[in-house]
Every structure is written in structure tokens, then in C-alpha cells.
Design a protein around this ligand. Structure first.
Ligand code: MN
Ligand code: MN
Length: 298
């Protein structure tokens, strides 16, 4: 079960209201790298996890992410507190109210539609969606995805820290950013505490293709690196002469029943194109300057 503690995980001191900054902060409330996405990602993974250690870790971190959601949501609420009151009570002249909501971002939507509370949207007002979460139910995949998600969240916090001079907000965001670093470390440890962890899943790869580097983009700019050459790699430069890599005919085929074959042949015949034709088209008939060459009128 969940319990709620009235104290935040970290103190939020906002120096003054700023509805535009509030709309930026929503990126980490209801955006793809935000705290709700993180909490839901780890919560759903944790519910289904078989390993008791990973399950405990996932539920610990999911619950902490909800606490981060509370912190970033509180920052949004504090930043909007001024406009919330003045708008509800119409305590400024119309022009001043209008101006206070129109200095950038989507702060006017936040204030008018959501009344200054943190909305489950990103900083552009796009509603939060479960599509932000890419869990697949395999620990080696999900832990890698979690590591990437934590590193993206760290970067978004870094960018948010860079756009505000409010030292209290910088401090709280610095805490949230740092916790993403700690989470990344836990997920890395959990990944490597499971051996083997690569490749993910149970089926092994095909031996001769697992070490192959395909130099599929050739020309000036071709660069060798540890990702393409060295002891563990077999580098394929003569790509065209080597395909298909299996030594077959490189064509796609399927066995059809007699009925399926009759139907597909009929379709193929009915939609056959005539390479000898040179039909006049509507584009030809209506052609004017700028049309380029067209089919000669007959
Ligand atoms: Mn977090
Ligand atoms: Mn995190």
C-alpha cells in the first residue's frame, strides 16, 4: 500500500512566482523523461518482477519517483501561486493580467485551463501518455532502458537548472538531478548482478553474424573505431558482392496453397503495368509554365 508523508523528500524554496518558468518545469512533471513516467515505468516493472532483489529495488525507486513528482509539482504550484490568485480574483487590470500570462511558454493555458496547478502535460501542453514507457518484461532489456531513461532525465534537469537564476529552484532541481545519477548506478549494478546479461533473452545469436561489422555507408568520412574494427570484429567492406550474407538467392518467397496462388496471380494480372505505354494524364492536360516536360498532346 502507499502512505503519504506530508513532508517533501527535499525542501522547495521558490523565490518568486513565475508562470513561464512553471510551464518549463512541467517537462519533468508530465513529460516523457519526467517523474510520472519514471514512477510508472518502475512500478509496473516491479509488480511483474520475479527476482526479489530487483523487485524491491524497482518498488523503492518507483516510490521515490512519486516523491520527486511531488517536488517538481510543488515547484510548479509555487511558481503559479501568484497568477492563480490574481486570475481567480481578477485583482489586476485586464491588460496586466493578460500580459502576465503571455510572456512565453504555454503559461496562459496552464493558468486558464488548469488553474495554476501542475497539469499532467509536458512543457508544451501535450498530455502525459503511457506510450512514454517502453518496458518489455525482460530484465536485461528493461534495466538497460531504465539506465537510458535515468540519463535522459538527468540531462533535462541539467537544462532546466541552466534556465533559472532562482537559487532555491536550482537547489531542488540539483537534488532531483542527483537522484537520477544514483538511480542510474543502481540499475547498472542490478544489470551486472545478473549473469549473463548479454545478449538479452534466452536464444543465442547466430555465431558468424554476431561479430560482423557491415560498412554499409561508404565514401569520404569512413572511420574505423573500436565499434567497427579490432580483434572482436570482422569488418565487411565489399558489401555488394557479399549479399545476401547467407549465400542464398537473396529473394523473398513463401509456399502458398493452390487457392492462395490462384488469387494472388489474379491480383497480379489485374494490376499489371504496361512499360510500353505512355499515357496522357491530368498533370499533362493541365500543364503550364514550371511543369517541366510533359507527355506530348496527341
Ligand atoms: Mn526522479
Ligand atoms: Mn530516477
Amino acid at each position: 500500500m502507499f502512505m503519504h508523508n506530508k513532508k517533501l523528500q527535499y525542501t522547495v524554496r521558490v523565490s518568486e512566482p513565475n508562470p513561464v518558468l512553471a510551464s518549463f518545469m512541467l517537462e519533468q512533471f508530465g513529460g516523457p523523461q519526467g517523474e510520472l513516467a519514471a514512477a510508472m515505468r518502475y512500478f509496473t516493472q516491479g509488480l511483474a518482477e520475479e527476482d526479489p532483489g530487483r523487485k524491491d529495488m524497482l518498488l523503492d525507486i518507483a516510490t521515490e519517483e512519486l516523491s520527486h513528482l511531488e517536488i517538481i509539482g510543488s515547484i510548479v504550484a509555487m511558481l503559479n501561486k501568484g497568477v492563480k490568485g490574481t486570475l481567480a480574483e481578477a485583482s489586476l487590470a485586464e491588460a496586466d493580467l493578460y500580459r502576465s500570462l503571455n510572456s512565453g511558454g504555454n503559461s496562459h493555458t496552464q493558468a486558464l485551463l488548469y488553474g495554476g496547478g501542475p497539469s499532467l502535460t509536458n512543457s508544451s501542453g501535450v498530455p502525459w501518455t503511457a506510450a512514454y514507457i517502453d518496458s518489455i518484461g525482460d530484465p536485461a532489456c528493461d534495466l538497460r532502458s531504465n539506465i537510458a531513461a535515468e540519463s535522459r532525465a538527468k540531462i533535462v534537469y541539467e537544462r532546466l537548472i541552466n534556465i533559472t537564476s532562482d537559487s532555491g529552484i536550482k537547489d531542488a532541481l540539483g537534488f532531483l538531478m542527483t537522484r537520477e545519477i544514483a538511480h542510474q548506478k543502481s540499475f547498472e549494478k542490478a544489470l551486472y548482478a545478473m549473469e549473463p546479461n548479454f545478449p538479452p533473452g534466452k536464444l543465442p545469436g547466430m555465431g558468424k553474424f554476431a561479430n560482423l561489422y557491415v560498412n554499409a555507408s561508404q565514401g569520404p568520412g569512413d572511420t574505423e573505431g573500436p565499434w567497427s574494427s579490432g580483434e572482436q570484429w570482422e569488418k565487411l567492406d565489399r558489401v555488394e558482392e557479399s549479399i545476401p550474407l547467407d549465400g542464398g538467392d537473396g529473394m523473398a518467397s513463401v509456399s502458398l496453397s493452390a487457392q492462395e496462388r490462384t488469387a494472388i496471380n489474379a491480383l497480379s494480372e489485374r494490376t499489371m503495368s504496361d512499360p510500353q505505354s505512355d499515357p496522357m494524364t491530368g498533370a499533362d492536360l493541365g500543364a503550364g509554365p514550371g511543369a517541366g516536360s510533359t507527355t506530348r498532346r496527341r
